[in-house]
Design a protein around this ligand. Structure first.
Ligand code: GDP
Length: 598
């Protein structure tokens, strides 16, 4: 299509504000696909995401729309991921567009992710079309939320479209606004080709499929390609549009959005944010500074049955084909044996990987408590990057430890300000600012160590505010803190997989809690087992697991063989998720106990 007849837009919405429903309507009205077909399409791949309450990320779609002016337009709809773990991808999706639909639930108002994504959209100079959705609800507060949109986001009230994805209200107005308000792309048709990769997916038949926005020039089927960031060379095996399934065509030209089947074997070679150009007549400058996805949270993954090690490695290899953000390398633990240290974008990402390994590959996993990445400056002037607490050098060798800090913003009704402050301060958060969105809601900003919010923070925030708070965060800096390593000794043996790095002020309390928890979680053995928490060589807490009094089997001394066998089998079941450490059996729960400390 001619660039004057192309519009590229993204959809920004907080979870549950109605993005899926409204986009289904757009597809229906433009007769791209019936709602049922659309749903079937998006659902299968994304079960897990749905279960976790994340909005489904939809394929990009090309809609063909005949506007009131009688002209036909190609509208490319590109979706943003709905979760903060994936914010780098959000910014790349936005970069592929000239405009964005901002959907706000009229019964709720602006939320933290709405705000964060609007700022990103404004930074990218996108034209924003504000939409108040769900106006059919009796609880819709059109007046209050319009006020919020105008005041907080600075978008004029006259520009707001009132809509109901459920009933179809406002949908024709939205389509007209896309054509009238969003500027057409202005790429150079004759310049060397440049296309931005805003998503990529591994396909068993076609290799990696790059989802691209062509900015300049034209890319044709069969063209020899170069990825400018990774310097990977390949070929455009197939090129086409999303309708919303992949429909092959001949070429994609300036302004258009579609896909290229690259034949590459792993998404690592074809990462989001990279620029594609042609080998002949290559562009010299890439479209955006390219950063490969950076893991923020690390954990040890160990097969419960050490015989599953190869299985686990193969499964991780397969997952990595389609997940550029997943990283892993072999790791050995004195306590747990052979396994892997894996890096994730965030806790949600970690949960998704864990569940896929268990569900799709049927591997019983033992996962250690997640850790963040510390920068350790040694006396010798070296900087060590430590993502596994057990690898922290001796205290005597450390000059300083820096930890990653996050900038977080929380939107909450004013009546919860107190509980939020209490929660955040208890986690070493440092107050930055408080701004009123309206009379009843505020944005609170803090700097807080990543290690304090990796686990459980979002859940605590939600439960303390009865679900009203929303949260957004991003990495802000590394900062020196008074951190120490807390070790755990079971029966006198240090268990490396239970070590954690924590603030000195919290070490005593956490050590105490940890040994108390472990005392309950580790089953009694035939002998007495002391459990100790130590900082350096100093033991700061101790509990003892008393020896088992009677042999469990003696219960059935009547000699009923089958009962005995059942009992033994039951014990074996229970052992599935246990690891022998020294001569003590430690269950998986114990390794996760570190997560549940206050
Ligand atoms: P997403 O998470 O932003 O994709 O939101 P969905 O489209 O999945 O919608 C979330 C919930 O809101 C679902 O239960 C929808 O049925 C409901 N919903 C979506 N749009 C509307 C609307 O316009 N009116 C009403 N009453 N409910 C809606």
């Amino acid at each position: 299509a001619e660039q004057t007849h192309i519009r590229n837009f993204s959809i920004i919405a907080h979870v549950d504000h109605g993005k899926t429903t409204l986009s289904d309507r757009l597809l229906e009205v433009t007769q791209t696909l019936s709602s049922r077909e659309m749903r079937a399409q998006t659902l299968d791949a994304m079960d897990l995401e749905r279960e976790k309450g994340i909005t489904i990320k939809m394929h990009p779609v090309r809609l063909e729309y005949t506007a009131k002016d009688g002209q036909q337009y190609a509208l490319h709809m590109i979706d943003c991921p709905g979760h903060v773990d994936f914010s780098y991808e959000v910014s790349r999706s936005l970069q592929a567009c000239e405009g964005a639909l901002l959907i706000v639930d009229a019964s709720q108002g602006i939320e933290a992710q709405t705000l964060a994504n609007v700022y990103l959209a404004l930074e990218n100079n996108l034209e924003i079309i504000p939409i108040l959705n769900k106006i059919d609800l009796p609880g819709a507060e059109v007046e209050r939320v319009s006020e919020e949109v105008e005041h907080v986001l600075g978008l004029p009230r006259e520009e707001i479209i009132l809509a109901s994805g459920k009933e179809g209200t406002g949908v024709p107005e939205i389509l007209e606004a896309i054509v009238a308000r969003i500027p057409p792309p202005r790429g150079k048709n004759e310049a060397p080709a440049r296309a931005l990769i805003f998503d990529s997916q591994y396909n068993a038949y076609k290799g990696v499929i790059a989802y691209i926005r062509v900015v300049d020039g034209t890319i044709r089927t069969g063209d020899k390609l170069r990825l400018m960031g990774t310097d990977v060379l390949t070929e455009a095996m197939e090129i086409g549009f999303f309708r919303p399934g992949m429909v092959a065509g001949q070429a994609l030209s300036a302004g258009e959005v579609g896909y290229i089947a690259t034949g590459l074997k792993s998404v690592r070679d074809c990462q989001v944010g990279d620029t594609i150009t042609l080998i002949d007549n290559a562009a010299t400058e890439s479209l955006a500074p390219y950063e490969p996805a950076k893991p923020m949270v690390f954990a040890g993954l160990y097969p419960v049955d050490s015989g599953d090690y190869t299985l686990l490695r193969d499964a991780l290899d397969k997952l990595r084909l389609n997940d550029a953000a997943l990283s892993f390398e072999p790791e050995t633990s004195a306590a747990l044996g052979f396994g892997f240290r894996a890096g994730f974008l965030g806790l949600l990402h970690m949960e998704i990987v864990q569940e896929r390994l268990e569900r799709e590959y049927n591997i019983d996993l033992l996962i250690t408590a997640p850790s963040v990445e510390y920068q350790v400056l040694t006396n010798a002037g070296e900087i060590l990057i430590i993502d596994n607490p057990s690898e922290l050098p001796d205290v005597g060798m450390i000059d300083q430890i820096e930890e990653p800090m996050m900038a977080i913003s929380i939107i909450v009704p004013t009546r919860y300000i107190g509980v939020v402050m209490e929660l955040v301060t208890g986690k070493r958060g440092v107050f930055q600012s408080m701004d009123y969105l309206d009379k009843e809601r505020v944005v609170l900003k803090y700097e807080i160590p990543l290690s304090e919010i990796v686990v459980d923070f979002y859940d605590s925030l939600k439960s303390r505010t009865q679900g009203y708070a929303s949260l957004d965060y991003h990495l802000s800096s590394y900062r020196a803190s008074d951190l120490v390593k807390l070790d755990v000794l079971v029966n006198g043996t240090p268990v490396d997989a239970l070590s954690m790095i924590t603030h000195r002020d919290n070490a005593y309390r956490q050590g105490r809690q940890l040994v108390e928890k472990l005392q309950k979680l580790i089953p009694r053995q035939m002998f007495e087992v002391p459990i100790q928490a130590a900082v350096g060589s100093r033991v700061i807490a101790r509990e003892t697991i008393r020896a088992m009094r009677k042999d469990v089997l003696s219960k059935c001394y009547g000699g009923d063989i089958s009962r005995k066998r059942k009992l033994l089998e039951k014990q074996k079941e229970g052992k599935k998720r246990m690891k022998m450490v020294g001569n003590v059996e430690i269950p998986q729960d114990a390794f996760m106990a570190v997560l549940k400390l206050d």
